[in-house]
Design a protein around this ligand. Structure first.
Ligand code: NAD
Ligand code: LMR
Length: 330
């Protein structure tokens, strides 16, 4: 077998970690032929819990799991990492918006950005799941000047998957028939799930739905507020679906998205679609095996979509101002 790929996961003893680690270890991220070394970061008080999780990983006897390292120092855990899944951060509780976590969680990503800069492998790819994900990714990227900005991304794949599922249920099609879904903007209640470019069974999704009121009053708010609905119902935030989306996002990034389709990823804006350059905003993105990505160009944006995208981008811009004032980015 080849040399194991080092995959770092932060917040490894948390809810998402518990769903995520076993899937990475069993080969669902990098493939069944690629051995994995898991490098798991936690804060010191959670290391004992993490030791228990590692016992369970051992007990699965996954053929692809070559080694597990745990610790509370990002400088050690990120050493040689080719993939970093930054999950560790406090989740919101009932009544909070994800942006309320900026100050509490933002500081985590300055230290981790610096540690990645100094210790990660040259081919590092970073996926940020911990909220507020887009702006945390911006903080990590800004604190890692030696790593190309194209190697940082934030998760909007959970929103993307939610949108696919809601659309499929509405039109009575299998989820596999839904393609070209896009989440624009922030992983927050302002996000814009776009049915005007999505397709179902090859047909334009908005036309297949044929009900603008459903799109505006049901579909968009259901997708955008799904995280809060889960917190309300479960008493804690989404975990298995978030882990699954983190795998989908990072797998497609590393191994290439489906031919002829695209995925939603928050990546550094190059100014496409009028999104201010430098913001970590969700776009329709194609990825190629080996870890490249490109923002899909040339989509027509009507006035309705323009207003929705602008509103979410304005929120991202406010978040950037807030973390600049907090001294988390230069
Ligand atoms: P959790 O509280 O169960 O676990 C978080 C873990 O992170 C804890 O074990 C904690 O000890 C650890 N942690 C805290 N600070 C750390 C640090 N500096 N370094 C390493 N580990 C640290 O939370 P969870 O349910 O696993 O959620 C984790 C994050 O993911 C939250 O911010 C949540 O809001 C977010 N989330 C994002 C999405 C998304 O789609 N982007 C979806 C669901 C949850
Ligand atoms: C989600 O979308 O489920 C997560 O971001 C958790 C949250 O705070 O909504």
């Amino acid at each position: 077998m080849s040399t194991p790929v080092k995959v770092a996961v932060t917040g490894a003893a948390g809810q998402i970690g518990y769903s995520l680690l076993f899937r990475i270890a069993s080969g669902e991220l990098l493939g069944k032929d690629t051995p994995v070394e898991l490098r798991l970061l936690e804060i010191a008080p959670a290391l004992k819990t993490l030791e228990g999780v590692v016992m369970e990983l051992d007990d699965c006897a996954f053929p692809t799991l070559a080694k597990v390292e745990i610790g509370d120092d990002p400088n050690v855990i990120f050493d040689g990492a080719s993939v970093a899944l930054l999950v560790g951060a406090r989740p919101r509780s009932k009544g909070m918006e994800r942006g309320d976590l900026l100050e509490a969680n933002g500081a985590i990503f300055t230290a981790q950005g610096k540690a990645l800069n100094d210790h990660a492998a040259d081919d590092i790819r970073v996926t940020v799941t911990g909220n507020p994900a887009n702006t945390n990714a911006l903080i990590a990227m800004s604190n890692a000047p030696d790593i190309g900005s194209e190697r940082f991304s934030a998760l909007t794949r959970l929103d993307h998957n939610r949108a696919v599922a809601q659309l499929a249920a509405k039109v009575g099609a299998p989820v596999s028939e839904v393609t070209h879904m896009t989440i624009w903007g922030n992983h927050s209640a302002t996000q814009y799930p776009d049915l005007f470019h999505a397709r179902v069974g090859g047909r334009n999704a908005a036309e297949a739905v044929g009900d603008q009121a459903w799109i505006e009053d049901t579909f968009i708010p259901t997708v955008a507020k799904r995280g809060a609905a889960i917190i309300e119902a479960r008493g804690s935030s989404s975990a298995a679906s978030a882990a699954s989306a983190t795998i989908d996002h990072t797998r497609d990034w590393l191994r290439g998205s489906a031919q002829g389709d695209w995925v939603s990823m928050a990546v550094r804006s190059d100014g496409s679609y009028g999104v201010a350059e430098g913001l970590m905003s969700s776009f329709p993105v194609t990825t190629t095996a080996g870890g490249g990505h490109e923002i899909v160009q040339g989509l027509e944006i009507d006035d309705f979509s323009r207003g929705k995208i602008d509103a979410s981008v304005a929120e991202l811009s406010d978040e950037r101002d807030a973390v600049t004032q907090l001294g988390l980015i230069g």
